[in-house]
Ligand binder design. Structure first.
Ligand SMILES: Cc1cc2nc3c(=O)[nH]c(=O)nc-3n(C[C@H](O)[C@H](O)[C@H](O)COP(=O)(O)OP(=O)(O)OC[C@H]3O[C@@H](n4cnc5c(N)ncnc54)[C@H](O)[C@@H]3O)c2cc1C
Ligand code: SF4
Length: 536
């Protein structure tokens, strides 16, 4: 056990973020630099809050089965190398989960029953960076070649984790990716201010040095047939993600300036990659409305702020969640509570410097849906004012909760100009009569989630794989499809999920492929295809 009295004497303290004013002026990571050695004493003290409970629920809540109490103890004792070895035993990419995971482990921490949980995610990120610094992340030489080969289609976290496990088991592994760069949603979905791409490149370099081959810019099913891959390799893993986007079926959807989030975010990421200076879709100088309430919507918000939007409003059809877990969401489930992401924090800080303006409309909508719509505000001025005055007064949340989009209104040139909304009734989400509002909208971003692998994918067409009723790729308890030697991993089989699940899927599918190729495996399988998060 770390510090027997740590949970009584040390208050929870999370990793500091840079100031909102500094953050919105660049695209660097919002957190203070993780590799910063100056923060290690803070991490050690926080690790000392772990009670090393007899039954560590945090460990069970992590799909990877991360050995959390073990590495908390080692981080508390400043023995970073040993902590890194424990962490890397269960997680191929802790630098991604340490930054991006919603941390169901913290919701399940025993301290969270009546107090603040251990800062598990921060500790994971710190150990992950120490692992690179101390040389624990050197490329691992595989054992002698097995003589077997595997092709993996898709280079998101599921494909990458599967590739690393199988390469390290001695198989020849090649990853095929239709995008021009490797990484899946880590590359072109999640913005640089949440995951700097140098971290992804560092990891891909490691895989390459270990022997994994990468083929970017190849759409399997079109540029190269799946039949050819099956002939060339002993097994095929399909890790193509769940990239079929949900639509916003309202009048005006076809107007110029209405885009899917995943049309918008990749362009912003490509600017950072140096592909072009100005994205074809930009929030600069525009009133932006984001329709949706999840991570993707928050990423659009942070991106629009950095591009210099005139104002940003996010519409969430769900009611505003409470600050704390309710009796209906008892410990240890991961509850839906009110969260202020870094992007929301930034929008709020900027709104604090606005002169009333459209905030009035937002507040009206939130409080009773009867306030008049006010004029636009100037966000560029707000950024300057914030930088001059410091963090000080925070304004309203950029979100309108319980908001149902009714229709989009155009201007004479065919561009979107306004969005009509109404309060969504809690019971059935239908618009409540008499609550209609109109807000300015010159760029509308649709972030309503994803419904499974793309049904018109040439790869799925060629293989004629069976779908589940939910629209994901069907597989058995060994991640295998009905085609001999063809497996499915990640969001393609699970449906829209999380990075931590994708890594767990990649690891477990690798164990199944290894068994198929050699008759046995020593690779770990942290989950089965049907495992799901703990919900009520
Ligand atoms: C904007 C955004 C933000 C997110 N933020 C978070 C977060 O903060 N935390 C979190 O845990 N999760 C987050 N997620 C979810 C997370 O990114 C996904 O759950 C995860 O990336 C799924 O991994 P995957 O490997 O299954 O698929 P993906 O990452 O989707 O990768 C699939 C890859 O397959 C490729 N592909 C598809 N078809 C073919 C083909 N025929 N040939 C070759 N290649 C093909 C695609 O181009 C893609 O690169 C976010 C998702 C989005 C969109
Ligand atoms: S991967 Fe996620 S759930 Fe697992 S220990 Fe890290 S933050 Fe917690």
């Amino acid at each position: 056990m770390a510090d027997p009295k740590g949970f009584l004497t040390t208050p929870r303290q999370t990793w500091p973020r840079r100031s909102a004013a500094e953050r919105v002026a660049d695209w660097n990571e919002v957190n203070e630099v993780y590799a910063g050695q100056h923060l290690l004493p803070l991490v050690s003290r926080q690790a000392g809050r772990c009670m090393d409970c007899g039954i560590p629920f945090c460990h069970d809540a992590c799909p990877l089965g991360n050995l959390i109490p073990d590495w908390n103890d080692l981080a508390f004792r400043d023995t970073w190398q040993a902590a890194a070895e424990r962490l890397l035993a269960t997680n191929n990419f802790p630098e991604f989960t340490g930054r991006l995971c919603p941390a169901p482990c913290e919701s399940a921490c025993v301290l969270a029953i009546d107090s603040e949980p251990v800062t598990i995610k921060n500790i994971e990120a710190a150990i992950a960076e120490q692992a690179w610094r101390l040389g624990c992340e050197r490329p691992l030489a595989p054992p002698g070649p097995s003589g077997r080969s595997v092709a993996i289609v898709g280079s998101g976290p599921a494909g990458l984790a599967c590739a690393q496990q199988l390469t390290r088991a001695g198989h020849r592994v090649a990853v095929y990716e239709r995008d021009d760069r490797i990484g899946g949603l880590l590359r072109y979905g999640i913005p640089g201010f949440r995951l700097e791409k140098r971290l992804l490149d560092r990891r891909i370099d490691q895989l390459r040095l270990e022997g994994t081959e990468f083929h970017a810019g190849v759409t399997v099913g079109a540029d190269l047939s799946a039949a050819e891959l099956r002939a060339r390799y002993d097994a095929l893993v399909i890790a193509v993600g769940a990239t079929c986007r949900r639509e916003l079926p309202v009048p005006g959807r076809a107007l110029d300036g209405v885009h899917q989030a995943m049309e918008y975010l990749p362009l912003a990421n490509r600017v950072l990659e140096g592909d072009f200076a100005t994205p074809a879709i930009s929030a600069r100088g525009k009133q932006v409305v984001i329709v949706g309430g999840g991570d993707t919507a928050a990423d659009c918000l942070g991106t629009a702020l950095r591009q210099g939007a005139l104002g940003v409003t996010q519409l969430d059809i769900n009611p505003r969640p409470g600050e704390r877990r309710t009796a209906e969401q008892p410990w240890p489930v991961h509850p839906k509570t009110y969260r202020l992401t870094a992007s929301h924090e930034e929008a709020q800080a900027l709104a604090g410097r606005w002169d009333g303006g459209r905030d009035g409309a937002r507040d009206g909508a939130r409080q009773g849906w009867d306030a008049p719509v006010a004029d636009a505000v100037d966000m560029a001025d707000a950024v300057d004012a914030l930088a001059m005055a410091g963090e000080g007064a925070a304004g309203a949340d950029a979100r309108i909760f319980s908001a149902a989009t009714l229709r989009l209104e155009g201007d004479p040139q065919g561009g979107v100009a306004a969005l009509h909304l109404a309060e969504a009734a809690p019971a059935d989400r239908r618009p409540r009569p008499g609550t209609q509002q109109v807000i300015p909208a010159e760029l509308v971003l649709i972030a309503l989630g994803f419904c499974g692998p793309e049904p018109d994918s040439p790869l799925l067409g060629e293989l004629a794989l069976a779908l589940t009723p939910e629209g994901t790729l069907a597989r058995d308890s060994r991640f295998a499809t009905r085609l001999d030697g063809v497996f499915v991993a990640g969001d393609a089989g699970r449906g829209q999920s999380l990075i931590v699940w994708a890594i767990a899927e990649g690891r477990a599918a690798a164990a199944a492929v290894d068994t198929y190729l050699t008759g046995a495996t020593a690779l770990p399988a942290p989950i089965t295809p049907t495992d799901r998060p703990l919900v009520v």
